[in-house]
Design a protein around this ligand. Sequence first.
Ligand SMILES: Cc1cc2nc3c(=O)[nH]c(=O)nc-3n(C[C@H](O)[C@H](O)[C@H](O)COP(=O)(O)OP(=O)(O)OC[C@H]3O[C@@H](n4cnc5c(N)ncnc54)[C@H](O)[C@@H]3O)c2cc1C
Length: 422
Amino acid sequence: MQNEVATQTYQPEHVEQTTCCIVGAGPAGAVLALLLARQGIPVVLLEEHMNFDRDFRGDTVHPSTLQIMDEIGLADHLLALPHSKIYTLSVQTANGSLELADLRRLKTRFPYIAMIPQARFLEFITNEAKRYPTFRLVLGARVEKLIKEDGYIHGVQYRGQDGWHEIRATLTVAADGRFSRVRRLAGFEPHQTAQSMDVLWFRLPVKPGDSTASGGRIGNGHVLVLLNRDDYWQVAYVIVKGGYQKLHKAGLPAFRQELAAVLPEWADRLDTLKEWKQISVLSVESSRLSRWYCPGLLLIGDAAHVMSPIGGVGINYAIQDAVVAANILTQPLTSGRLRISDLAAVQRQREWPTRVIQAFQNTMQKQILTNVLASNKPISVSPVLRLLLRTPVIRNLPARFIAFGPKAVHVSSNKTDKLKKR
Ligand SMILES: Cc1cc2nc3c(=O)[nH]c(=O)nc-3n(C[C@H](O)[C@H](O)[C@H](O)COP(=O)(O)OP(=O)(O)OC[C@H]3O[C@@H](n4cnc5c(N)ncnc54)[C@H](O)[C@@H]3O)c2cc1C
């Protein structure tokens, strides 16, 4: 078997030295790269794809992210991109619609979730980063090996468009997502924090007169989310674990009928689903590492903790990890005195909010999703919960939790944008 941790005898064609090498230009990696570049820290961001247009992504930009963008002077530019806004989150129950969260009550300039296609968001962040001379983005760069010498990760080797490259770095950051290769190469093993779920992921066409707002349906045995992606609707349809075989056996017409019962007003566009290959089956995990670092390496975002889709907070958390990492690591990276305790400090600040949200998602999954999928009735909600959700102070808690998580995160270096933009 090929040894994927590089040895000193391997000779790549190109060798480069930098301060921080970030693997993966998703929300975590792109935002961290931008924040470090703003501080004049040399940073190379490696992304295996040639662009940001990928199917399996969410589009939610939460108030916490908008606030972070505002702190670095980018919120208005970001919101100039085409987007829709979600102000309230509600579910259909046996006794009518129940409002779970009203973001308009939050004391923030951004009391909504902005729905911005993630590809556009990542282009925006990396284009901003490109304005700083210490930043370099390499697309089509697939990291396949770690450089490990004397128990320290000194960087990576990647396969690029023009052959093998080596990047040596003071710090390597794994922001390469839920199937993180770097995590595996470094020998880290995540533990599951909730049962995995199956989600059918497919597109439906946009028709004139459609609302532009993303939304969802829950109840009667179904959980369905609709994401507006301008020229098509992205649909996420949650099914019981392993339920795809049964659906497939019943046939596509039966599946279209099932969908028509959930989305009756869209029945006339379901015949665009002509083949099963238009429908991807995603196994959605929830897991976490017990340790997010080792000498020379830090893991953030989904590479450190894969988030369940409940609440749509994975992007939010990935970006908060990036902000905390930049807050803590800017000074040690600038001074060249990075200690393992700095990396531990990042985990310490981010682990407990992650634990809290994963515990919440696990409870929601067990209490609500499993019951909804097992029943063919609308969900019913106790009068006590209804009353609580109308009680001042308490009624704002779900909105706060969804918008900012257990603790809001701020950019500590926002006033010290060290380098003038080119
Ligand atoms: C179908 C689906 C829908 C979702 N919907 C939502 C939602 O609505 N809201 C929400 O908040 N969250 C959602 N999530 C979760 C969210 O997408 C993730 O939590 C978030 O993207 C994590 O960000 P990240 O930067 O850590 O990782 P990622 O976004 O996964 O980015 C990792 C990047 O690393 C790159 N990469 C991987 N391996 C390598 C390598 N070896 N070399 C170089 N590059 C590499 C990948 O190409 C990718 O660009 C959804 C997830 C899925 C699967």
